[in-house]
Design a protein. Structure first.
Length: 224
């Protein structure tokens, strides 16, 4: 039986580290907002039936984007944290479906990486990630405590892919227990699951600092 796959894009953050006059998802690259580039990856994928976008209740800009009027898109309001926003999106999705959650500020995701992730059928779910290649230091009070063994360390990326019912329960129970949820996989881990790591491309960067814009523009230009 064909699985129902829904994409969730949490887009209610403000991106304070960008030092920009508007939320980073509305900054432009090659004539389009970062959010438009990101959404198009999922809107054009034949296996994704719907895209749920979580925006801030105070967001005055999302209504101006024509892409958000697509019949394939549903808008929900986000919460105080990313986990709250994702949970609000999960509330409007069939619990028998699978959900692929992706950062709004990762516009350089390649279709090949997304395809690899969507092939996973393990009920633990899976995330895109890259093996750590730099020397990793454990710090204490801004001083090196020791060097970590990088052979077991990975950088977590998005998308992250899980059965909706399991992820919804995992986030809900973790929030109620007061646990810190840094990404969807962390909520699943708290609840005893062991998501798979799917090696992804390192150019799937998250735009966080001003200098990331130029790098993302370079990657998008090369893709063209």
């Amino acid at each position: 039986m064909m699985r129902k796959i829904i994409a969730v894009i949490p887009a209610s953050g403000v991106g304070s580290r960008m030092n920009a006059p508007l939320p980073k998802q509305y900054l432009k690259l090659q004539g389009k907002t970062i959010l438009e580039h990101t959404l198009n990856i999922f809107l054009t994928h034949p296996d994704i039936q719907k895209v749920v976008v979580a925006v801030s209740p105070t967001d005055q800009l999302y209504a101006e984007l024509s892409v958000l009027k697509s019949p394939k898109i549903q808008i929900v309001f986000g919460g105080e944290t990313r986990a709250d926003s994702v949970f609000n999106a999960l509330k409007v999705i069939d619990e028998q479906a699978w959900v692929v959650v992706h950062d709004a500020a990762r516009p350089c995701l390649k279709r090949s990486d997304l395809d690899k992730l969507l092939q996973v059928e393990d009920e633990n779910g899976a995330i895109l990630a890259t093996p750590a290649i730099d020397t990793m230091k454990r710090a204490y009070d801004n001083k090196i405590a020791h060097t970590e063994d990088r052979s077991t360390l990975w950088h977590a990326l998005t998308p992250q892919f899980f059965p909706v019912g399991k992820l919804k329960h995992a986030i809900s129970s973790a929030l109620q227990a007061g646990k810190t949820i840094t990404d969807e996989a962390s909520a699943m881990e708290i609840n005893g699951y062991s998501p798979l790591l799917i090696a992804g491309r390192s150019d799937n960067l998250k735009i966080t600092r001003p200098e990331d814009l130029a790098l993302a523009a370079f990657y998008l230009e090369n893709e063209k």
